[in-house]
Design a protein around this ligand. Structure first.
Ligand code: NDP
Length: 456
């Protein structure tokens, strides 16, 4: 009986429905119009589309060599704003736009020519699965890029060439915003003609909401059906660009001081390792809600291309003009914090991914559920419902502490990330309530803490 086989599909982070797999569905049935419910609806989508780029620029204007990095600004407000243009250089530079485009195309070329495994994604609600070029491909892109970068640094003028990234930061931000807007607009328009699967929460019919949330679920460029724009954006130009910008800041510091401070080394190495770790287990993103549920629109396009590389680098950028020499004890404590965070993050993620792939080498306790999937109730997943978020957040502190305590602005990441993780935990908790029903309530009684064991 065809109707007995069902696909469980997540409509939003909070709504899960079951569709009969075998019954062929029309485009309209597969892509129902839904009311906008996330991010405060169309008004939220409209506001966020404009506010998020302003925040990305604001982080620069609020913290740079010329205008200072204090909260509130120490100088006369109008004078402070008057200094903005001289602090950033031009808002738009064709050369920076060309460099950014070349960078994007370089990562596309690497995706195309470097080896990688083709991994199947989750079952889609039309009964198909997409394949993604992953495991190995991202890491090879990073290795090749770092090899070329090392070669450039070894040449006369090589350090200055990379320090150029620091001096043209704002035009590079503008170029990335132009690129992410182009992508988001292109996939939005193309989704009306392609007949592709849409994200439930990107098909409300309201332009501002759908443009922000993302209308197509797995967009591709016409003629390139294997190039998945969303997963490519999530783990290539932005994540590797983040590493490159940090190297550029270290070079800029070297140009000025004739050395790289230990605080800069810590930031560059910690964040570099985070990117490597992400690329080592690249295919794990296929299970995350960004890939399974969210559409590709301005939210993800901006997040991947602008927000991650240009705002997560605030600590290294700050250390260029406010170098900080840490004592050996401070270095040791910060390294210990990073190792602790990385340990919890990696061990927790490994415990779950091993368990989800059918292995349980640590013999961890678990509970059965009516849904069929089991839930871990011991090990790190017995201490809180998102121990991996806890480890991630500890690492966030280790990335900010090297900047010292003269200004709170480089600590923006710790605060922003706490909000992001708390919001993500709520979205996931709602989704799990839908998926597991009463079993989730039982699980929550067994594991009462949401993120931080014994605290929250
Ligand atoms: P999780 O890795 O925590 O996955 C949540 C899912 O795991 C649930 O929906 C459920 O899915 C399953 N699960 C929940 N509890 C259990 C349990 N006890 N036993 C087994 N499975 C369970 O969340 P994310 O996908 O949000 O995050 C992945 C990683 O990415 C995290 O380490 C996070 O820190 C990181 N991250 C980093 C960001 C950054 O900007 N740096 C941004 C966002 C995330 P099911 O039961 O259906 O399998």
């Amino acid at each position: 009986m065809a109707q007995e086989r069902e696909i469980t599909t997540t409509i939003t982070a909070t709504t899960t429905v079951k569709l009969p797999a075998a019954a062929p569905k029309s485009y309209a049935e597969l892509n129902p119009r839904l009311k906008p419910t996330e991010f405060f609806g169309p008004v939220g989508g409209f506001v966020l589309t404009f506010v998020t780029p302003i925040v990305a620029y604001g982080l620069f204007y609020g913290c740079n060599e010329v205008t200072g990095c204090s909260v509130p600004p120490t100088r006369n407000f109008l004078q402070w704003i008057g200094d903005w243009p001289s602090s950033a250089g031009a808002l738009w530079e064709w050369k920076a736009a060309g460099v950014y485009l070349a960078w994007y195309m370089w990562t596309v070329l690497c995706w195309n020519i470097l080896p990688g495994e083709w991994i199947e994604g989750t079952l889609l609600r039309d009964g198909t699965r997409k394949k993604y070029k992953m495991n190995g491909n991202g890491l090879w892109t990073l290795i090749l890029t770092l090899g070329i970068t090392a070669g450039v640094i070894a040449q006369p003028g090589g350090i200055a060439a990379l320090a150029w990234l620091n001096d043209h930061f704002v035009p590079l931000v503008s170029a990335s915003i132009a690129m992410c807007t182009f992508q988001a607009m292109f996939v939005y328009v193309y989704s009306f003609f392609s007949g592709e699967l849409l994200a439930y929460q990107g098909n409300s019919g309201n332009f501002f909401y759908d443009f922000w949330m993302g209308r197509p679920l797995n967009p591709t460029f016409p003629g390139f059906p294997t190039f998945d724009i969303k997963t490519f954006n999530e783990v290539r130009p932005g994540i590797i660009g983040w590493v490159m910008l940090n190297i550029g800041f270290a070079c800029a510091q070297y140009e000025r001081l004739g050395r790289v401070t230990n605080s800069m080394w810590l930031v560059v190495l910690f964040q570099g390792w985070y990117s490597i770790d992400c690329l080592l287990v690249e295919s794990s993103i296929l299970q995350q809600m960004d890939i399974t549920t969210d559409g590709f629109g301005f939210m993800l396009s901006f997040g991947d291309l602008t927000w991650v590389p240009f705002s997560y680098t605030v600590q290294a950028r700050y250390l260029v003009f406010a170098p900080n020499d840490l004592s050996l004890v401070a270095c040791g404590l910060i390294v210990a914090l990073e190792v602790l965070g990385q340990y919890i993050f990696r061990v927790a993620n490994n415990e779950k991914s091993e368990f989800r792939s059918g292995r349980n080498p640590k013999n961890l306790k678990f509970m059965e559920t009516k849904r069929g999937t089991k839930l871990l109730t011991s090990g790190w997943w017995g201490l809180s419902r998102h121990p991996n978020y806890f480890g991630d957040w500890i690492m966030a502190w280790a990335w900010c502490l090297p900047t010292g305590f003269s200004t709170p602005i480089p600590y923006f990441y710790v605060i922003y990330f706490a909000i992001l993780l708390a919001h993500r935990q709520m979205r996931d908790d709602e989704a799990c309530k839908e998926k597991y029903g009463k079993d989730w309530e039982t699980y929550c009684k067994k594991v009462p803490y949401k993120i931080i064991p014994y605290v929250y």
